[in-house]
Ligand binder design. Structure first.
Ligand code: AMP
Ligand code: MG
Length: 407
């Protein structure tokens, strides 16, 4: 049986990247940029006041208090009309153009307006150049502001807007189809009868996928019947990513693996040394990446995060693919089951500057409610028998902590 690490590597190495598409700025959140973005302007575009105050010559205020004549008021968006010479100052607002001749802006709090605003008393000295953001000091016209491959977050949206990038190329995101399998499954608007359960995996998988892509479709539920599974998978093969849940273990009615093999998909693995989530299958047919995940809801949830998430990130050409793993202090002793690596739902919190983690109470991989208390997965390597309270452990964070690697 392959390890989780090997399985993730196989998934990543065999996932195809998608082509660029043109997109508008309002649609671009969560994509990675497919072209270098170049600024068409200097930023700031002019010498800009960083404070409300007075634009003046620093030499004039070496001995304070001193008074200067106020020649005009310059608001943001207006061009100054007066030159600043010795003994003069202009009242200036944040974001306004610093008038010619001035080399410093003193903040209004360090001044006192006198003679009805005709003059200003300067109360404090200030260093030459203070409170002026110089033209082009952040970005020069022609400079690459965002590199190809960079993830678009709200701060990148701000940069794109400031350089006038209304439409640009990003790498396409995959469309995703989801198929739940099981004779026992009923729709969620039905009260389950004897032996039945509601199809929760279809919805939770769709929600996990929608955190990173827009085009997600829950396809029909497939009964545990080979023809039915085959015909629904045929529909799913139109997608870039097809996720199945259930029917991949050793039961008499677990037909998903068998059907996939009969359909001549290329199977890369069908078991991983993982708890929960041993019966996980990864395969490909044409452009479709197929993930057949175990039906137990916690296993379904965990295997999506471990295998499907990095595949989708690779398709969209992000630099970082897997969820971040950090070190935390374990709060309680933990007896491991051994033989397989555990990705145990757990709760992590920051206490006095240190991350502390404890496994959530659960009754096993069918206990869906337990993971509502989890915000991470405690990683217990397969050779470990017991972990002690207060020891350092590795934890995979589940919330999307995105970061651009080249920063
Ligand atoms: P399986 O992987 O098909 O052997 O299913 C393992 C367990 O997960 C069984 O108890 C199933 O009833 C349950 N299960 C399978 N599919 C779903 C689903 N879509 N939603 C909720 N539970 C499921
Ligand atoms: Mg089943």
């Amino acid at each position: 049986m392959i390890s989780v690490k090997e399985a993730v590597e196989i998934v990543i190495n065999n996932t195809d990247v998608l082509d660029p598409q043109l997109i508008t700025i309002n649609e671009a959140m969560g994509f990675s940029i497919a072209e270098d973005i170049i600024s068409d302007i200097d930023m700031p575009p002019f010498n800009r006041s960083a404070m409300d105050g007075y634009a003046l010559i620093a030499e004039d205020i070496e001995n304070v208090p001193c008074d200067l004549e106020v020649v005009e008021t310059i608001s943001a968006g207006c061009a100054p009309e007066k030159l600043i010479r010795k003994g003069l100052a202009s009242k200036i607002m944040t974001g306004a153009i610093v008038p010619e001749g001035a080399d410093t802006v003193i903040m209004v709090e360090d001044t006192e307006s006198i003679d009805n605003g005709a003059r200003v008393r300067i109360l404090k000295q200030t260093k030459k150049g203070k409170n002026i953001a110089l033209k082009g000091e952040d970005v020069e016209s022609g400079q690459v502001v965002l590199k190809k491959g960079q993830e678009v977050r709200p701060q990148e949206i701000g940069v794109l807007a400031s350089v006038g990038a209304e439409r640009f190329k990003v790498f396409r995101s995959p469309n995703v189809g989801i198929i739940a399998t099981g004779d026992e499954l009923v729709e969620i608007n039905v009260k389950p009868g004897a032996g039945q359960i509601r199809n929760s995996n279809g919805y939770s998988l769709a929600a996990q996928a929608r955190q990173i892509v827009n085009d997600v479709e829950i396809l029909e539920v497939a009964a545990d019947n080979q023809e039915k599974i085959c015909s629904i998978i045929e529909l799913g093969l139109k997608k870039d990513v097809l996720i199945l849940s259930g029917g991949v273990s050793m039961g008499d009615y677990d037909f998903v693996g068998k059907v996939l093999k009969e359909m001549e998909v290329e199977v890369f693995f069908e078991k991983v040394s993982l708890r929960p989530g041993k019966p996980t299958l990864f395969a490909k047919k044409g452009r479709t990446h197929i993930f057949a995940l175990p039906g137990n809801p916690v296993a379904t949830f965990v295997t999506f995060e471990l295998f499907v998430y990095p595949a989708i990130r690779k398709m969209m050409r992000f630099a970082s693919l897997t969820k971040p793993v950090i070190t935390a202090v374990l709060e309680t002793d933990y007896i491991a089951k051994k033989k397989r690596t555990e990705y145990r739902p757990a709760y992590i919190k920051l206490c006095d500057g240190k991350f502390r983690v404890k496994p959530v109470n659960w009754h096993g991989s069918g206990d869906l409610l337990s993971i509502t208390n989890a915000n991470c997965l405690l990683i217990v390597p397969e050779e470990i028998q017991k972990m002690d309270a207060n020891q350092d452990v590795n934890v995979m964070l589940l919330s999307a902590l995105s970061a651009n690697e080249n920063i």
